[in-house]
Design a protein around this ligand. Structure first.
Ligand SMILES: Cc1cc2nc3c(=O)[nH]c(=O)nc-3n(C[C@H](O)[C@H](O)[C@H](O)COP(=O)(O)OP(=O)(O)OC[C@H]3O[C@@H](n4cnc5c(N)ncnc54)[C@H](O)[C@@H]3O)c2cc1C
Length: 373
């Protein structure tokens, strides 16, 4: 196959063509793809932690009338290497016989070869390494959630002395990707600690001493690994892993402001028991010309904007439960109607919006707004 791209564009934003220049099988379930822009202008630098959005063509049987699906893949390589992106993709098998396999991951694994061209947008995403901070960093990943962490580790390894603890949890050595690369990065300078935690290590993992602890990421493990300090935490993995690790880290007293996270799969709310409001109380706000008021009309909720990251997060703080998936302006699941006012986007929505539509996950109000939720 020579071109998988539906349309080509090479501007500073929008989709452009990326050619597969190498395909590397990391293990039985994870394969990496090295991608280079077909046209030089297609190169856009990225920050460690960011992802690309791919347009993956699908057959009619797998997705009805759709021509393609959009899927995100974090860049797993070093952001200082200009002109090349690496993504590492886990093959998502069918969870039970008779169910379909993962559309995009299986397409990439089974159909895409060196020389093929993929259509991708980005980099985007605000799960990025804060290089301005000098606090020690803890990178905690589950499964293929290690991809943005490896990119971050590349950047951190090139700093002179920032302390780093890289914790990776997976099933066993057979599905542990990029292991040697992580160990090599850790060996480049003192101050980088690596801890691999296998849930079900094989006998061979034991004899080869491939892991440091057995089981899951626990409070005891974190306490053992992390001397008391003020850390920047970065978490990435599937939703159940994230909920468990987030709760553990919070129990250790780490403030929310020190924890950055990214979900692989539909994003969810990390605090396991968010408030559920069946009949939201009507909140009256004292008239104040300067206050920015967000009204959720259908829910009968009005509240003063408190500067949180997005309108979606603000709605959740008020006990509402708007639908969402990616939380990154990609999937449009949180699209809502703006009855009054204006919003600004801190992340440009991938799809063009009709007048009066708003994506809650990547916008903030510009003055008071009324939303139809
Ligand atoms: C910000 C971000 C970054 C990401 N980075 C990476 C990365 O670096 N590497 C990576 O591998 N992934 C990454 N992901 C996940 C990736 O975007 C895809 O979600 C993943 O590859 C699965 O997509 P898919 O199309 O293969 O599976 P889908 O088609 O979306 O299916 C998902 C699963 O559901 C199952 N399924 C399908 N239909 C049914 C059904 N009817 N009933 C029951 N089960 C069903 C499939 O078999 C599969 O196991 C990232 C996600 C996000 C949000």
């Amino acid at each position: 196959m020579s071109s998988l791209s539906a349309r080509a564009s090479v501007g500073r934003s929008g989709f452009r063509d990326l050619k597969v220049v190498a395909k590397v099988k990391e293990n039985a379930i994870i394969t990496s793809f090295l991608l280079e822009p077909v046209q030089a202008q297609g190169w856009r630098p990225y920050q460690p932690g960011q992802f690309l959005v791919f347009r993956i063509p699908v057959s009619e049987e797998t997705a009805g009338a759709k021509e393609y699906v959009l899927r995100n893949y974090s860049v797993s390589g070093s952001s200082s290497v200009v002109g090349t992106y690496r993504i590492s993709v886990k093959r998502e098998a069918a969870p039970a016989p008779g169910l379909p396999v993962g559309v995009s991951s299986c397409f990439l694994h089974d159909k895409v070869e060196v020389g093929d061209v993929l259509s991708a947008e980005g980099p985007r995403g605000d799960f990025v390494l804060d290089m301005g901070s000098d606090r020690p960093v803890v990178l905690v990943s589950g499964g293929v959630g290690l991809t943005p962490m490896v990119s971050m580790l590349h950047a951190l390894a090139s700093t002179p002395d920032r302390r780093v603890v890289f914790i990776h949890a997976c099933e066993n050595g057979d599905v542990h990707a990029l292991r040697e690369e992580v160990l090599a990065l850790a060996a480049t300078r003192p101050g980088i600690t690596v801890h691999f935690c296998y849930r079900y290590p094989t006998e061979r993992d034991g004899s080869d001493r491939k892991f440091h602890s057995e089981g899951v990421v626990s409070r005891e493990m974190l306490q053992r690994l992390l001397p008391l300090d003020d850390y920047d935490f970065y978490l990435c993995g599937p939703p159940p892993f994230m909920q468990a690790v987030y709760a553990t880290v919070r129990v250790l007293g780490v403030p929310k402001t020190r924890i950055a996270y990214e979900f692989f799969g539909p994003a969810t709310v990390l605090d396991i028991a968010p408030p559920t409001v069946t009949a939201p109380p009507k909140v009256e706000i004292a008239a104040d010309d300067k206050a920015v008021v967000v009204e959720f009309r259908k829910s009968g909720v009005k509240a003063a904007w408190d500067g949180v990251s997005s309108l979606l997060e603000f709605a959740e703080e008020q006990g509402l439960e708007p639908e969402f998936s990616c939380r990154a302006g990609v999937c449009s699941t949180c699209k809502s109607r703006l009855i009054d006012g204006e919003v600004s986007y801190f992340e440009e929505p991938l799809d063009e919006l009709e007048p009066g539509e708003v994506l809650l996950c990547c916008s903030r109000p510009r003055g008071s707004v009324v939303l139809d939720i």
